[in-house]
Design a protein around this ligand. Sequence first.
Ligand code: DNO
Length: 394
Amino acid sequence: MEKTWRWFGPNDPITLEMLRQIGVEGIVTALHHIPNGEVWSLEEVEKMKRFIEDRGLRWSVVESLPVSESIKYGGADRDLLIDSYKESLRSLGKAGVKTVCYNFMPVLDWARTELEYPNADGTSNLYFNRAEFAYFDIHILKRENAERDYDGETLLRMKEEVAPRMDREGERRLVDTIIVKTQGFVNGNISEKDLNPVQKFRELLKLYDGIDADTLRANMVYFLEAIMPVCDEYGINMCVHPDDPPMAILGLPRIVTCDADIEAFLEAVPNPHNGLTFCAGSLSAGGHNDVVALARKYAGRTHFVHARICNVLPNGDFKESSHLDPRLIDIVATFEKENPGVPMRVDHAPLMLGDEKMGYNAGYSFHGRMLALGMVSGIMAACNNLNISNTSNS
Ligand code: DNO
């Protein structure tokens, strides 16, 4: 796999010069300064590409070219927004940047309740506490009938463990984590500048009143069919990011959560440019997914790999596991065998050795990711040098 790294542009405190020193080959980035829905001009794309190439690297993947909410819920202006999307794809195609990651998650991109969950060794990780999430949904967002979406055990834990320790500061922190810090830098719906993020979030949720999974799926197919001719013309590979976590949340439909979902969108638009971002971490956050088997099944339709993996606890909480988790070793071996040229980036590594003081975007530490990249590079080298490969499926 090509070793890539998510870099947030010229203002990222982690510089391209630093990345060259640690063995990064390709850059994953976006034109973060352009608001969602606006066209990425050829000039802007080329400027970013030059910036990267002048420093001895290449722009391998766009993460993300965001899909506007209106395209997802099928708003009146969706065709106009799809036209802008196609225009941005043309700019990327002309500049030769040909792998584009996006997602089709309504409103909320990825969800965590804690950004610095302490590990025994002094590092910290991202964590999803189901009972805290239920508290956010039921007591902060006050979503109608929200209780119905949680099992009895989670509701009990919310009442007995979470509610007694929640105060104004705890609630503020939860809101900040769930809808500001994890979202601000990835999807643009809510930013640090919003004074009342909860109210804004409620309004965003309302856009999806009456939109079920089938409608969302039809809207995704509509979008993909509209953009495929541009992808064919320029050889652009689209790769949808799985839903994180891979299940319906906050009453919103989610449609890239499991084997059947992946099969459905690949079959609905059977064009090789319609593919998957194999985010092992997102898929493994649902106990229903056998992520190792999914890698074997979909390696050929994968255009981009996110290397990380989660452990789901018996109560439904999940946390990031080590990049040396045996499942991840198996997945890396699969891709090295089945799709060796695919770009791969490590993801959601721990905060360690001073990372926590640097104000990095949540999940995007330097030392933690550097260590993770070292681990994954080691797995790759072992697979290739010792000729270890997954033979169980061949
Ligand atoms: C979180 C990321 C996601 C991802 C988008 C792709 O850390 O993996 O935000 O970039 O869903 O569109």
